[in-house]
Design a protein around this ligand. Structure first.
Ligand SMILES: [Zn+2]
Length: 404
């Protein structure tokens, strides 16, 4: 590491050679490039907002930054403005845009793994979201503990720091070093699941067209299906695992996933530790899955509403373009929207959320933006940048060369 301009008067040798060495946590270390005198100075506390950007937005912003956007591609001005306002708010320590495991959508072509990594680290503030399935598992865990106590459903905290890896309020380092980043979240392997999801979604849509369910029918069905859906998914995973072992095919064994199997094994152990006889513990877990209160698990509940809204649109004659990536958006919204400040998602999802019942009954904490309301998103980003205090602006200018 070496000293970074601007160079100020050194407290020891009095030369104009006292520069910035590094920034970490809530302090900056300065050092003289002549006499090597150094000290740390405290930086003001920050309170960064958290925004989820969908894969498409991450890609557009990265291409804007790298000047790789095709000239004349749609919304050129919007993405440019979005990049500069987002970057300013980011350097002024007002916001971070953490990377997510959902960002592995394969419909967007990346030229190299390096590019994918750079795109996701660009505005991440050295953080990432915890995996979506881990967040849902933790919600289920809290509900299971309440079930064991025989009581009422728990009230879950919506503190965003619970779902972020890394330190949200640390000042951005001047040198971004991505040694600890774990990009296994972007590993391939989703393709097959995606094809299955797409096929079953089409199948469902055909059913909605012929049966014409109402929003209420769909919602009730979705909300009450927690137990049956989980049991079915678990059954499928067990069957696949057994088949893989029986097949003696090394690749199918490597493809195996134990997510749900270990999730319910851990829950069974929790039940056994809490006074349920070991031999009955798994049976009791299955009984818990059918607990009606599970319809209040945030991720499950929001997903059910979105799914019902989509189904209702289709059943009432609209046939929106549908592919499995809408399920990715549903996962993002249902997992992150109770915790984050804002989300930028696909237009269709944003419009489902504006539907009366969803707006009134879900009470999402996150503000939802999309390409349908580009100016609102730009205004939001601008307000964030503008909300930095004078001393933070001066420091952002000095440390990161942010516009003063
Ligand atoms: Zn000096």
């Amino acid at each position: 590491m070496f000293e970074h301009p601007p160079f100020r008067r050194c407290p020891r040798c009095k030369g104009e050679s006292f520069g910035t060495l590094s920034v970490g946590g809530n302090s900056v270390t300065k050092r003289c490039k002549e006499c090597r005198y150094s000290h740390s100075e405290a930086l003001p506390a920050t309170e960064k907002r958290v925004i989820y950007l969908d894969q498409f937005a991450v890609s557009e912003l990265y291409k804007t930054k790298a000047k790789k956007r095709r000239p004349g591609a749609p919304h050129e001005q919007f993405w440019q403005d979005c990049y500069s306002l987002g970057n300013l708010a980011y350097l002024r320590q007002q916001v971070i845009f953490p990377a997510s495991n959902l960002h592995s959508d394969e419909t967007i072509v990346w030229h190299s793994p390096e590019e994918l990594r750079l795109a996701h680290e660009m505005f991440s503030g050295e953080t990432s979201f915890e995996r979506t399935d881990a967040i849902a598992t933790r919600q289920e865990w809290e509900f299971a503990k309440a079930f064991l106590k025989g009581g009422t459903r728990p009230t879950l905290s919506t503190d965003v720091d619970q779902i972020i890896l890394g330190t949200r309020n640390a000042w951005l380092p001047i040198y971004h070093i991505s040694v600890n980043a774990n990009y296994s979240m972007f590993a391939p392997g989703l393709r097959q699941d995606k094809a299955i999801a797409e096929a079953s979604l089409k199948h469902l849509a055909d059913g909605w067209v012929s049966a014409r369910p109402t929003f209420d029918d769909l919602l009730k069905h979705e909300l009450s299906s927690y137990g049956s859906a989980m049991r079915q998914a678990l059954r499928e995973q067990i069957t696949k695992t057994q088949a893989a072992f029986a097949s003696n095919d090394p690749t199918s064994v490597l493809d195996m996933r134990f997510g749900l199997i270990s999730r319910y094994r851990e829950l069974t152990e929790l039940f056994a530790r809490n006074g349920v006889p070991a031999k009955d513990a798994f049976k009791e877990v299955l009984r818990f899955l059918d607990w009606p209160e599970n319809q209040h698990q945030p991720a499950h509940r929001i997903f059910a509403y979105l799914f019902a809204a989509l189904g209702w649109r289709i059943s009432s004659g609209q046939r929106p373009e549908m592919n499995a990536s809408i399920l990715n958006d549903f996962s993002a919204i249902s997992t992150y929207a109770p915790y984050v400040d804002a989300m930028f998602v696909d237009k269709q999802c944003a419009s489902l959320l504006r539907q009366g019942r969803l707006r009134d009954e879900l009470g999402l904490k996150a503000r939802i933006f999309s390409l349908s309301s580009p100016q609102e998103f730009l205004d939001y980003l601008k307000d964030l940048g503008d909300s930095a205090t004078e001393d933070i602006r001066v420091l952002a200018h000095e440390l990161y060369d942010a516009e003063a």
